[in-house]
Design a protein around this ligand. Sequence first.
Ligand SMILES: [Mg+2]
Length: 385
Amino acid sequence: MSPVTKIDQIETMILDIPTIRGHVLSMATMRVQTAVLVRVTFSDGSEGIGEGTTIGGLSYGAESPESIRSAIDTYIAPVLLGRDGDDVNGALQLVDRLVKGNRIARTAVEIALWDGLGKRLGVPVAQLFGGAVHDRLPVAWTLASGNSETDIAEAREMIETRRHNVFKLKIGKRTVREDVAHVARIKQAVGDTASVRVDINTAWSLQEARWGLKGLQEVGCELVEQPVPARSRRAMAELAQGYEIAVMADEALNGPEDALEVANARAADVFAVKVAQSGGLKRAAEVVAIGQAAGLGLYGGTMLETGLGTAAALQLFATVETLHWGTEFFGPLLLTEDILANPIVYRDFCVEIPTGPGIGATLDPDKIDFFRRDGGRTRKTVAGA
Ligand SMILES: [Mg+2]
């Protein structure tokens, strides 16, 4: 028997990377994206890297970049040190027992463990999930400049350069009437050359959503994402059943248990499956399976991760037979600089699945040093220390 490859060290760092423009959401405007990176070093010298990222500090969800890092350093890393690095399921089960919630923190470490295992075996992480059935996936772009004319110019350029022909509009900050007029202008400008969808990020009441969905479907919008708060399952069910426009659950889906409840309540037509929100690649695969079993539409969702987290998500979604609504894995394109030495490739309205062992991402050390918070200091949890 070969000797066990142990988890020797787990290192975390926070990166602050400027966005190419202000990204206006119903709850926050992003000018910087903050990513938490994890590097796991194993006893044979191999490494795995992972990412845990959220949107807009604490405005989107219960975890912040700082809490993600703290949960890893204080509670997750110490229990994993010295364990068999190839036993990813064993590590996940242990963390599940000892750490409640904190899905994004758990995701960052989980991705690093899959990456390390894939690299040691010399296979892409998709292979560990049964193998990729796609080498590229359709990818949407989010129009969220906060200005209709800027959004139209951006959309036209994306169509002309064949980068995106699916657009998600972030609305919910203005009145319903203003938002519907904004969507109508953009749909009119792109016509049948593009699909237009919207994300409300929970900003509407049920009454606002009734008006909103009626208006949106009249102007040719195809899908509305999380119009009402995550816990409002009855309202989501009413909207899903009351209108032709597809209703997608995002914030409502925090792991397989939520997925089962949303599916049972028929509180969505489509699942936006996010790796970080699900609690990792394995849990996201379970959310996908529940959506498939319930006959729901599927969509690969993002937390606007850098190329690292995006590469990890692509490994999983490459294994999913049908993504009825495609993906939105454009995170790296929203950042002024790519932190990967081998940036993810976008062309012909698609994102390509990275090849190579592990998640298929290699960090650019100069970029990492440049964007690191805290003057480049990392926190390391070391076995035996
Ligand atoms: Mg969303």
